[in-house]
Write a protein that binds this ligand. Sequence first.
Ligand SMILES: N[C@@H](CCC(=O)N[C@@H](CS)C(=O)NCC(=O)O)C(=O)O
Length: 359
Amino acid sequence: MDQTDAIKLQGIHGSPYTRKMLAVLRFRRLPYRFIVNWPQNSDAPGNPGDRSDLPKPKVPLLPTVYLRNDAGELEAVTDTTQIIRRLESEFPTRYVVPNNPVLAFLNYILEDYADEWLTRCMFHYRWHFEPDIEKAGRILPLYVRVDLSPEMHAAQAAEFTKRQIDRLPVVGSNETTAQVIEASYLRFLQLLESHLQSHPFLFGHRPASSDFAMMGQLTCLTHFDPTPTRLCESLAPRVYAWVEHLEDLSGYEVEDRDWLGESDDLPDSLLALMSEVARTHMPQLMANGRAVAERKEVFRTEVDGKAWVQPSFPYQLKCLRWIQQEFRSLSGEDQASASAILESTGLAPLVDYTPGGPI
Ligand SMILES: N[C@@H](CCC(=O)N[C@@H](CS)C(=O)NCC(=O)O)C(=O)O
């Protein structure tokens, strides 16, 4: 078996990152096998015993993708952003990273915003208001296994709901931040809606990894959880349709010239989305970076001019450093072009700031 064989991907329908990854595989026309539940659970329906030989990831996260390393051995790999980059280098068609390095860098920032900020909106709306809590608690355990007995279903719904609500503060949703998160979701919907009026995707006429990252979070926000779904239906009908559209783009034909051109002025609507990243994701990413570097367990800052407090999160310092590495890997000329865009959208501090010293 080699890399051209179907890629095994383990995940679950209620996981935004699983949906992001599946949509990328479909658009890229890479053959895959979607395994719901852990492969090691050999009693799960449709899960043959030989899957128990699959390697386990260092940190169990959804999705986990099984890929061959240079020695031909299967590895359990997590983190969709990195999996997507690895697949770009292994399969040379229907790329989802723009070929212009400056656009590729902007795409990286928007992907991080979706994966790390929009996911807060997702988790907050899913576990904050009663109708959303009730639906998620009742349905999500059945995504793992539909044939749970009524007793098991009731017990798992209660246990799962409690566990997720207890995790709300960990992802930064609390009484101080709730309104900031909700206002940012409304602005994001309106900004994306406005971009979609003249562009089918963020970077032109073909989808980029940041489109799929946003779509993944939106599968929950606009198509599962009742409160944010209602907001999307009334404020952003194009966004609602776009999410379904991105789910399966296997029949959507693309060419290199479908990316925004190098010489094109970037659309104002894309720049407005970048400014939104500067308004919300950037300040907390930087304050978190400082706190992790100084080994503080909690950080406080202002987001959109309002108080923000949450436990610090080492993974997000890595995210900040990865963004900065992407910037530094650009040529001098591309760095100058990217800097001009960062400057005009308020994002310049993102690459200038180095918590804990230079990389
Ligand atoms: N940055 C990771 C995040 C993946 C992630 O956090 N997945 C969630 C589910 S959506 C997860 O596995 N959480 C741990 C858990 O549910 O136990 C990625 O892009 O893949």
